[in-house]
Ligand binder design. Sequence first.
Ligand code: DGJ
Length: 819
Amino acid sequence: MGELLRMVEDEDDIDPQQLWSLATNMKSERGGDWHMARVENLTWRLRNMWSKNGQEAKNIGAAQRLLQFLEKSSVPLKKAPEEMRAPEGLQSVGGRQGLKGSQLLEVSEFGTGDFRTPSMDVCFRKDGSRLLPLVYKHHRVIDGILPSTSGLPFLGRHNSQGAQSLVVDMVDTYTEVQVQLVYTVFPSISAVSRRMVVKNSSKVGLGGVDLMKCMSATFDFSTDDWHLLSLHGGWANERHINTRRIQEGMIHLGSNRGVSSHQMNPFCVLSSGPPAEDHGQCFGFCLLYSGNWLMEVEQSQTGCVRVNVGLSNTHFSWALGNQESFETPECVCVFSDAGLGKMTRTFQHLIGERLIAPRWHDLVCPVLINTWEALYFEVYHDKILEFAKPAIEAGVELLVLDDGWFGKRDDDTTSLGDWVEDPRKLPRGLKGLAQDVNAMGLKLGIWVEPEMVNQDSQLYRSHPEWVLHHPGRLRSEGRNQLVLDLTRREVQDYIIDCVSQILSSANIEYIKWDMNRALTDAFSAALPPQQQGEVYHRYVLGLYRIFEVLTSSFPHVLFESCASGGGRFDAALLAWCPQAWCSDNSDAFSRTRIQMGTSMWAPVRCMGAHIAACPSHQTHRTHMLKTRFIVALWGTFGLELDLNKLSREELKEMKELVALRGKLCQVVLHGEYFRLPGFGYPGASHSNSAGIGDSHVYAWMFVTPEKDRAVVSAIVFHRDTVGKFPSRLKLQGLRPDYLYSLIEHVPTTVEEGVFNGIFQPGGPQFKHRRRLMLTGAVLMEVGIPVHFNFDGDAMLLELEVGGPSQEPKESNGVHVLAS
Ligand code: DGJ
């Protein structure tokens, strides 16, 4: 109101357009108040009059009348104490609560008529008041991205080409606390990212403001048959797809574990009708954040749905002194008018091109072998070299030395924090190991877990105060370890120094950055009482600073993040670590579900996936190598087993598979990705094969941007009754008019004469030795027959336009294309 009055008072400077839009906003802010309806009407008439008659003909008299009217219509509140009184002309206004509570808002506060879950909650320290009704002030559109100094990752950080941002300034007219809504869009991409910046510019002597809740984005939707898709699980069981119909009430998704978590992933989808892979409207929300987060999905009594995305407000508060600002993490919202598949591809493009550092854009993830499940803590120099020998033969490029190489780490009770080589295991240190491994033709990578400390460590003995805990209370331990207080600059610097020293001491080209427990006892002795609510968020900001410094100092080192498997698999960390370990569970069935869910938003080349030994160390299940290969191919691709334990034939097969991965990886890692729905045995519900619900059959594929090559995979968990065939597998993303040649790689070998449900005698070997030539239209609309031979069977097809000139040759049960 104050602004409107001021504008009218300043007769020479009346912008009729602005005056009208201000009045319009105030009208809606006051919930359709009749005074404001008349004011708006008057400003509209003034605007029209002035635009017709030109500037000189400004009707000052009309403006005067407006001013008088406004003075009369102001509704002063009960008088506040002198020191809290709003400046002249800034009296707060009441509104009709019912209307405000049913509007579709971009930002919402609680206590002035909107009873839904708010975007913000503040507390003014001086008087304890918590009201913050915001009104529109102005907006601007800028080319590029509004600069950020928060240290949080955001889309366009490295590549803002073509980006445009809308900055909407909102203000609480009483206190003049300012809130900026920052939206960014990128050309030809159906997505918008949103963050919020709050500035305490309180001019009415209310002093400090505590932010109690400050969400990144609020999206209000009109009534529809809304469904929610979200990703849930636990350790070794991450990111399973869960869908439900939204009804009245509130759904909370989130994590208060200090990490984005195994249990829920900071991502959800609001879908109009049940979510489907290839049709229907949906909105995907992804929060770029690695700590405590919250997504609230609320259907109010009107049927409208609010989606609130941002930091968790559990044990959160942020003290804002006068003129201080707070910036939220960024929420990315993607719209698709063609189901989940299109939404996924939009996320994958955005993250791949606008978040991951450009130097990794064209990365073909190196084939790595990791020592963990092969050697566990027994990582002795000579043993590692023995371990490396068959890996070289198999075509591996990078050896990753996992846990156990430092301090006296023979088990998980000791040495975290002491990042110095154990001379018993590495007598020539990492440097000597790197020299030997490099001489064999492999790169060297190492595992670290720098955010943690064991009580049994030099670091803890020197700095017990560096651990998150309350000095008067017992602490909770997890995996025998404590969490370092990353809110402290000196702790961040210690970690930066340790890791920098390691990286400078030897030729290390990859880091696996692990984090094996959740945060508890989140109290920092370094922060004053009124800032203890900041610990969780400051921890994450500290972590981001560490990554920023390390990855800028060692830009050639490839970082892969990990947190007891996939406990911190979030988009934010991809800004520094372009790969993330999906899960400690590498069993092919478990991984299929995990990777289906993860692929909802994550680019395939970020999903850490390995072939592990059988029986699986997590499930004790056994899968044939081919099946494990097909699932690991659907990610970064690596090995997590001791190749010395394979027979000569198995090692030969592994070598052929690694070579086959080399042939297909460009399509898989940099192609368009499709989950394939509607494939399965009779009675299988539609879409199951694309990951929704419990399915027996799953299928997915990759197509180059030029649509001239594709790779198709399918896996069966449980084959239906003998003699039943699954429905035809319909492909996606091809050009209907192209003629593709199809070849099956590594067809499952079955004994001649065994009845296996395949309608042609001789089984799949006979059938697939031929090369099929089919158009894209047939492949997509009619589909191809697929036959599985037993539980755990899988299929891998390669498609090429026109087809290569040579026939496949058979080698020991493995079919490979002659190069
Ligand atoms: C948990 C990780 O997920 C594993 O891959 C392995 O690195 C262990 N930590 C080592 O302690």
